[in-house]
Design a protein around this ligand. Sequence first.
Ligand code: F6R
Length: 629
Amino acid sequence: MCGIVGYLGPSKAAPVLLSELRCLEYRGYDSAGVAVIESGELVVLKAAGKLSNLETLLTDKKPTATVGIGHTRWATHGIPNDENAHPHTDCTGTIAVVHNGIIENYQALCAELTAAGHTLVSQTDTEVVSHLIEDEYKKCVLECNGDALLVAIERAVKRLEGAYALGIVSQKHPERIYAVNHNYSLSVGLGDGESFLASDSVAVRQFTNKLIRLEQSEIAEVTVNGARLFDFNGTFIDRQAIEVDMNPYIISKDGYRHFLLKEIHEQPISMRQTMGKYINHPDKPIDLRPTENGGGHFGNYGVNLTETQLKSIERINIVACGTANYAGMAGKYILEEICGIPVDVEIASEVRGRKPLLNDKTLCIAVSQSGETADTLAAFTEAQAAGAMSMGITNRADSHLSRITDNLMVTECGIEVSVAATKSFTAQVACFYVLALYIAETRKLLPPAEIFRLKQQLLLVPALQERILSQEKIIQQQSIKYAEAHDMLFMGRGINYPVALEGALKLKEISYIHASGYAAGELKHGPIAVLDAKVPVVTIVVPGKVYEKTLSNAQEAKARNAQMIAVATEGDDRAKGIFDTIFTIPQVDELFSPLVTVLPLQLMSYFIADYLGKDVDQPRNLAKSVTVE
Ligand code: F6R
């Protein structure tokens, strides 16, 4: 979704801002803009559409300014056009603001400002901010002994309701940029005589590894010499920059045609890194506690739940959206199977407005690749407010989620650029195995030999994934036969039901083919009505407790002439007798099978979407992190 960047230093700001904005493209956007201070004058350039449109404007105007802010906007209030693109200015045209998040009381503020004589030109909730600062600045210049602009910003932001991050420049102070964070994410990067700003630290990491993260309700006054931090009352906050590991955040396709394909292939490594961090050896107890250096992360990291707390958990409540929600559904099977603790999985956006039935014996787990998904964060904070213990599983230790819980498992996937989640899914599911085994160890729920065996099995999974990835060409040929389908059904039972949902989501997201996932047993309760010879049905069937029943459900589909596709185990002769196409997977324990069965489905979606010429890395209408409810 929206992205904020900034630059201040000896170089021309426009190319730096563009380069920062390029790093944020993956988040999804529909317009972009910059504000620079050019020879003492504020200049705003913005354009709807791709960054290339903004680049054309910048190439035309060739600003030489060395200070500026930039933005990529994903429309929420007002259509994606030039006018609604950020930055937004005040009536004097001297203050420019870029904004992520929502100003919830913008209508009331807009009415107030309009009545006071301000002219607001966009349909956005953002524009009120520049006008509020304008008003406060006028007053502060007369009243304040201190720094008028800083005080004006403090006063203006106190009037805002909602969660937001802001970047602000004023032509009166071309030597500074202001950054404001309130329940959002914003980081300042410190270089040598230059400073950077970004709502996603990925944009800054290409220039420097020294970062300062703004915490809640903080303002940073950024100059070429560094940043001074204040709370909303102007109290100085002493915080030093942290040195971060830049490598996992390098954005590169590494020779792959698309980020999506690269990320599918990265799964064995991200799984090994994620599990390896917590499981040193199957013989050794799992350790989820924080490491001394924060695991090289920029942000919180590690699980601080005490043994007493872990032993007191009576129920687990998982909140997440989309793919992360399906990882959570797999997590339910895993935790219930290994720990025998009842688990509920909630679509995070469905939690709002409901009676919270949680207490201090409940562990609420938020699962979010980005750690910024507004629905997930809202559900999670409601659970915390109801007294539940809380824990996050995220790929971004520098995210908002990491700020609001002391218990964080970090998936070591590196940056996931493609909008469609792949490697984060398997790494999240891997975290659930690790967590379940950790709880089982702490609560002595299983004999040590069984825990040892399960750990061994888990650690073998990346090698199985590699075997599937090595069959990519066969999967490609098998997949494109189905590229002309208009509808596709995915079904699985038990622990592979969430994989069916994920398979369907992947296909529709990137190929735009309508697809639905079902619990295989549900087919006969309705969905079977849509089946005919034109509808491919993908069944996930692995040996185990639900094998026979899943095959029976597949027979029901076959009897309706559906085109039959399976993800099935090598050498499964019974599957051969039912399915037209089989994506074969190596033998795997049913309990660990989601980590394997999902791979052919990811590849199938990728090859179909690519065959159809779709924008696989940035599918239409989608954003990588959905920061509005
Ligand atoms: C699907 C996808 C989305 C996200 C969902 C949650 O490919 O990417 O469904 O899984 O928006 O995002 P996070 O995990 O960042 O909370």
